[in-house]
Design a protein around this ligand. Structure first.
Ligand code: ADP
Ligand code: MG
Length: 250
């Protein structure tokens, strides 16, 4: 479903991604671990074409993201076409990023109505299903500021699901939450995993990785250092850098 090949990304002289390869199969959960500054957020942003790559490519469900191939040349897509591709990719941020001036339900229906051209009525019906799924049907008319961080993040997940994305990307979805609110958000992610949602989750929650991930990826210094089943990477890491990182977070 997601194919990342040889991705390089620099900011000026700083090489942040130094040749990342990663494949994610449909219906699988990939958890990315790694120290701060290792390039995890930049990788997620690259998948969404929020970063322009220096080298390499990302394709989703066989479709090249951000480019069109003709012969052996790549041509950059127009902004409009990139936006269309992004509707297939859900992104959930650390800081929720809800629209503060819109109610919960308006947050959820905004993209389906404006980007997919759904009728308001169809979008409202779908929003009700999604808000029920994340346990917030009773908060439909609340504003984000009236909700806890955990509730806001669950709305953000419902909003991402409303586009029925092919893949959902999570960038430290629980890092901004008070500890007692982490569980309710992870429970939503577990529910999504059970129902076969393709997800890439950047998190420091090693317990979640162990329980839910099909593949755990350890990134350091702009590279995938190792990737494999949770039991292999977490309990028997092959690289010293992985061991050193795990000894700090476990
Ligand atoms: P992580 O998410 O693993 O903590 P990031 O991908 O956010 O790492 O950042 C990796 C490195 O890239 C860091 O050194 C960060 O300061 C740098 N970086 C990220 N975004 C930018 C940017 N827009 N401009 C310059 N440097 C950046
Ligand atoms: Mg980050």
């Amino acid at each position: 479903m997601v194919d990342i090949r040889g991705v390089h990304k620099s900011f000026g002289p700083l090489e942040v991604l130094r040749g990342v390869d990663l494949q994610v199969r449909a219906g699988e959960v990939t958890v990315i671990l790694g120290p701060s500054g290792s390039g995890k957020s930049t990788l997620l942003r690259s998948i969404n074409h929020l970063e322009r790559l220096n080298r390499g490519y990302v394709s989703i469900d066989g479709e090249l993201i951000g480019y069109r191939r003709s012969g052996n040349k790549l041509h950059e897509l127009k902004e409009r076409d990139v936006l269309k591709q992004r509707t297939h990719i859900g992104f959930v941020f650390q800081n929720f990023n809800l629209f503060p001036h819109l109610t919960v339900v308006e947050n959820v229906i905004e993209a389906p109505v404006s980007a997919l051209g759904r009728t308001r009525r169809a979008a409202l019906e779908q929003a009700d299903v999604l808000l029920t799924r994340v346990g917030l049907a009773d908060k439909a008319d609340a504003y984000p500021r009236q909700l806890s961080g955990g509730q806001q993040q669950r709305v953000a997940i419902a909003r991402a699901l409303a586009l029925e994305p092919k893949v959902l990307l999570f960038d430290e979805p629980t890092s901004a939450l008070d500890p007692e609110l982490v569980g309710e958000v992870l429970d939503v992610l577990k529910d999504l995993a059970r129902t076969g949602t393709t997800m890439i989750v950047v998190t420091h929650e090693v317990g979640f990785a162990r329980e839910v991930a099909d593949t755990v990826v350890f990134m350091d210094d702009g590279l995938v250092v190792e990737a494999g089943r949770p039991s292999d990477v977490l309990d028997a890491p092959r690289h010293e850098r992985t061991r050193a990182f795990l000894s700090k977070v476990l």
